[in-house]
Structures are given as structure tokens and as C-alpha cells.
Design a protein around this ligand. Sequence first.
Ligand code: ZN
Length: 73
Amino acid sequence: MDNIDRITELELGLFELRLKAVTCKPLRQSALYCTECGNDIPDRRRKTLPGVQLCVGCKEVTEVRDRNFGGRA
Ligand SMILES: [Zn+2]
């Protein structure tokens, strides 16, 4: 029975490691141009938001859309 406890602990440890790997490094590189409208994304925005794909304007639009439609639209 002790074996089962040890395996679960090990699995939890692995899960945490995987979670850390995902949350610590951006999944993709910051885009040079907005993927929605093609506008330049300023250097400062790309550095403060690693993996950013949208310009400020498009980001606001998607946020409003998500809020209004709960992502169902
Ligand atoms: Zn845009």
C-alpha cells in the first residue's frame, strides 16, 4: 500500500514540474506584427508581455468580446 502513496507523490511532483515549465516560459515568441490587423507591436509591449500576438487595440477588442459573449461567439 505504501507503494501507491509513493507513486502518487512522484506523479504530483512531475505534474508540478510540467506546470512550471508551461507557466514560466512563453509558448510562442512575441509577434512583430499584430496577428489581427497587422500593425506593428511596439518593442516595449513585446518585452512586457512575452508571447504577445495582438496590438493594444485588438487586445482590447478581444477582451470586450470575451466579456460580452463569454468566449462563445
Ligand atoms: Zn491589431
